[in-house]
Design a protein around this ligand. Structure first.
Ligand code: B16
Ligand code: MG
Length: 210
């Protein structure tokens, strides 16, 4: 791999917080009687909290004020953060940690590029609080994926340009963001079948074969 930096998505790539997003949104959806399932949850990957709520509310019959929507999003986040508290270093797989260490050992700079405002909290929970050279997340962007802003900021923090970095993603929205920002990408799961993906991966450690 001839890139100088690698920018990793968090949720669904470094760790499986996607299951906690599902549980928290499900509890919120049930509280207002709106239908929600795993397929809808998949559409929320990489998308910001408020945009995720709007997708869920496509199935809601009724009108909610901006204030009420804000409250629902906050309620979901409270449930989500309670679930995140259960996370420990055991939620970082050996495969992910060893792959990250090997990439770092080969001289790559490593960053996070996540839409989540909880990214730093999650990184601390799984023992990677001080691991990355840079963290670009939901707290430093104005537009979430598929806008490329989060990755452009990550590259800036690494003092590299887009062409020098590879983005690793699990969401199609993230692959589009990488493509539009001028980055090469590696995709896992649904991202591996995106028409814009540069390197489809079967598993995280396949990064070492690129
Ligand atoms: P929060 P990623 C994204 O993380 C999640 O995939 C997406 O489902 C979530 O809505 C978004 O973060 C915002 O998260 O509510 O914690 O700010 O995949 O970009 O790491
Ligand atoms: Mg993700």
């Amino acid at each position: 791999m001839n890139c100088k930096g690698i920018i990793f998505d968090l949720d669904g790539v470094i760790c499986s917080t996607d299951k906690y997003h599902y549980l928290a949104w499900k509890q919120m959806a049930d509280s207002i009687g709106v239908y929600f399932d795993e397929n809808i949850n998949n559409r929320l990957r990489g998308v910001s909290r408020m945009e995720s709520l709007e997708i869920i509310l496509e199935k809601y019959n009724g009108n909610l004020s901006q204030e009420e929507k804000q409250e629902l999003a906050e309620k979901k986040n409270e449930i989500y953060r309670e679930l995140l508290k259960q996370m420990t270093t055991k939620d970082l797989t050996k495969e992910v940690k060893e792959t990250l260490d090997k990439l770092r050992g080969s001289g790559k700079k490593l960053a996070i590029g996540s839409s989540s405002k909880n990214a730093k909290f999650i990184l601390r929970q799984i023992g990677l609080g001080d691991y990355f050279d840079a963290v670009s997340d939901g707290t430093n962007i104005t537009k979430s994926k598929p806008a490329p802003e989060v990755f452009i900021k990550a590259a800036e923090y690494l003092a590299l340009n887009s062409e020098e970095c590879l983005v690793v993603e699990d969401a199609k929205a993230g692959i589009i963001a990488a493509h539009d920002g001028g980055f090469k990408s590696a995709g896992i799961g649904e991202a591996a079948v995106s028409e814009f993906v540069t390197y489809p991966l079967e598993t995280f450690s396949d990064l070492l074969k690129i």
